[in-house]
Design a protein around this ligand. Sequence first.
Ligand code: EPU
Length: 446
Amino acid sequence: MDMLVVQGGCTLRGDVYVDGAKNAALPIMAASILLAGDVRIKRVPDLVDVQTMSLLLQSLGAKVTRSEGSLDIDTRDVASQHADYELVRRMRASVCVLGPLIARFGRASVSLPGGCNIGHRPIDLHLKGLAALGADLRIERGYVIAEASQLRGADVFLGGPGGSTVTGTCNVMTAACLAKGRTIIRAAASEPEVADLGRFLNDAGARISGLGTSTVEITGVEGLTSVTHTVIPDRIEAATFAIAAAATRGEISIHDVRPGQMTSVIEALRAIGVAIHVTDDRIDISASGPLRSVELAALPFPGIPTDTQAQFMALLATVAGISVVTDRVFPDRFMHASELVRMGAAVRREGASVVIDGGGRLTGTSVMASDLRASAALVIAALAADGESQIRRIYHLDRGYARLEQKLNGLGADVFRRPDVATSTKRPHYLQEDSIGNKESEVHLD
Ligand code: EPU
């Protein structure tokens, strides 16, 4: 297992280019099952999660080939409808194959994903939506078993306690593409990644309207045809660089982005005192002036994404004054808080919020990444800290950020990867398991 070694105290400067969005690419890859044809997806980021989804599709019988940022997927020979626990437990987005499998084959057995480091993550809304379309669903030995002789359009409500569901909307929307008649999804997720999936499906012949709103209407069609699609830019990766620049009081330009999909992040940074200039596909960040503490809340789109909550917390630890960060989507997504405390941040949890008494000195140390965005937050804190930090369990980072060290080093950071001797060599048995008994290589992933 590798760790990242970060020399703190740098100021990020220069230009950085973002990749395609992980959370758009994954459901689009899964939806290719619907097509029984050729799919070319361009601007697919080179991530472990993308490799996992490729493996899952291959395990079902699809052919997946990667060349220069594009994926070619041929799903003609998909013969299995079984998504195995061994793959699903590595990545929750695997559940996105459920809707496409039911729609194309009338049956599926997909493992339930299991525990997760960012809090309780049920899939009841996915199941409710698919049941409304006529699928017969039951849970058996840890698997969702689905059968449907003919899906029929329905009026489906996908609102839950944390807002809508992103991958649940993807599942119901893809299944409804081949259902008989019209489906209306109310309280649909309006995240740009869901809309991108919808555009991919429409280009393949689906009839979906209302994309990017909370009411999505789908008229079922007989079948979909081969298609080429370019994935939207990763707004979370872009936000991570913007926040890192602010935390190091830097000045950077982020290229190949869609600023209109990041309004809440841009406004939050402006409220903190970061100067931001936006053009069609570029965001210029300058954090040379004084910064202010704020109160902010992660909400469903167009609110501040929960996937940037941890990074904002790291930034606010560097800003003098009391800040409050609340997560309304995943109210328990605060594993990074204790690691930030180890770096000197004054952070106190209160329910779904943390209170940060910012501006104190952060010092480099050895910290443990618990999930993808928590890892990004620790990298940001390490860049701003005095001295060296070692960020361990960075396999989480590799799931969602392509070439992160190279990109940061291109902005003047000093970050490198090296084997984590403490987790690579044979160690006494009491060090091989964590506090809840998970072997390090077997922890559930977000
Ligand atoms: N929820 C339910 N029932 C469900 C599904 C969700 O109550 O059946 C609740 C969740 O507990 C949560 C809220 O609804 O409170 C939102 O969860 P959602 O289903 O939208 O999350 P997801 O689809 O599993 C996607 C992203 C996550 C991102 C969330 C929220 C993908 C592959 N994953 O997850 O991304 O945090 O939406 O925006 O799109 C990440 O990239 O680091 C990541 C975790």
